[in-house]
Design a protein around this ligand. Sequence first.
Ligand code: FAD
Length: 499
Amino acid sequence: MDPSTRKSHGHDQALASDTFDKFCNASTLKDILGLYRQLCSVCKLVPTNFHEFFPKIRGKIPSWRAEELWSRFEKKAAEKCYARGRYGGNTKVLIIGGGPCGLRAAIDAQLLGAKVVVIEKREKFSRNNVLHLWPFVITDLRALGAKEDGHEFNLGFCSDKFFAVLYGKFCAGSIDHISIRQIQCILLKVALLLGVEFYEGVGFQGLVEPSSSGVMMFDVILGADGRRTILSSEGFKRKALRAKLAIAITANFINKHTEAEAKVEEISGVSYIFRQQFFQDMDESMGIALENIVYYKDETHYFVMTPKKQSLLEKRVLYQDFPEPELLLAPENVDQEALQRFTMEAIVFATDNRLPELEFALNHYGQPDVAVFDFTTMYASENACRAVQRKGHKLLIGLVGDALLEPFWPTGSGCARGFLGSYDAIWMTRQWGKGLNSVLEVLAERESIYRLLGQTTPENLSKDHNQFNIDPRTRYPKINLGAVNARQITYLYDSDVPI
Ligand code: FAD
């Protein structure tokens, strides 16, 4: 290398390392994508499958911070279940939705060696709400390079030695929650560094049958677009699970990280049955009747509570009583200012007025982040997958996350069951790519695994979380991969030639 080439090479490496550091620290969707695109341009990289992309990006960013991540990614990619890309290499996967579960599925599909594209209809990650995480999800995030910094996870350096010394609290497992925005940021950074293509502001509208007109064709499509999944009209019938009327209020306040705020303890779930006196006192002194309240101190001060309908009516939060939850909680029946007052009063009581200068954080629309909603009905898809064959092209379709099984959120199961379903969907993608089983056998195995999902709890999963991966046998101790047989699910395979 002549001196001028060496100089420019050194300059490019320094620029790449600097951009990489900024990328790791970025905290908005716009910054993450902007810096990633800059990084790809400096390193002359184009996102593609893991086995082509990863060695290149690894070679172009030599910083020690990057090395920490590369070695974690390499360790993960070397797990037997990914078979060094043998079963994913020819598969193009489209993931609809860049929420936590879509991104988690994208990461595993990429590690499997597939070419992965994620489309996300929003242009911002703006959900402040905080998720309680099951222990295996925390182990999973750490294995992907997330570190806990004070009260937040980041994508940064993550040596175990430093973890133990600097982040003892996290290691002890006392931090078990994260905002939706933050988990999306972490998973997006991981996905991008592995080579996933991500398009913001792009909404999926429907399937188009294969034609010769040069449209991009996919082999696998995963719907990770939340509870109102667009794929419900593409052969995924949903069943509604109804409970008695249940209303929730969520509220987020700016965390100014003052000493006074730090002293206020979290409320990890106080429910009426356990603390009747507390709730009766609140009702008597404030006229606020709740069944439950949770408070997490995270990026924001996050509160979620379940008020009784009568109390909302008496406090004029709801103008009129309706038997149908959709009408009762329709925006035109909610007085936003009264809702804010109601929430504040409940919080003042629950925290003993020790969070005195509360200021609402803003939501996606720039409004105070307080919302009231109904969770009387939860939806679950009847099937987890199906397949379509047209003009010689086979397409495997699956659902993950809330699109597959909506959680009963007070159990904090959303992300955990969502992640389990994402791993399962990528296991199905692997079986599909492996090509040893017929289409119906692949679908039957996926449906067998889906039968377990709704019953999972932190207690009945396998205990060794470090071993969890896309292979369902690492997670579900009592699994029967043949619980559903191919003959039972022929209706899930729609083909233009006889099966
Ligand atoms: P989502 O987070 O809904 O993401 C779907 C994504 O798809 C969105 O980004 C959306 O913009 C995008 N999208 C939608 N349609 C399209 C389209 N057509 N094209 C492209 N993109 C599209 N879970 C927990 O684990 N712990 C908790 O403590 C917890 N508490 C909760 C409290 C409340 C009040 C609520 C309501 C939920 C709670 N949950 C909790 C549930 C948790 O939020 C969800 O399970 C989780 O967000 C599901 O992730 P997801 O990726 O499946 O879907």
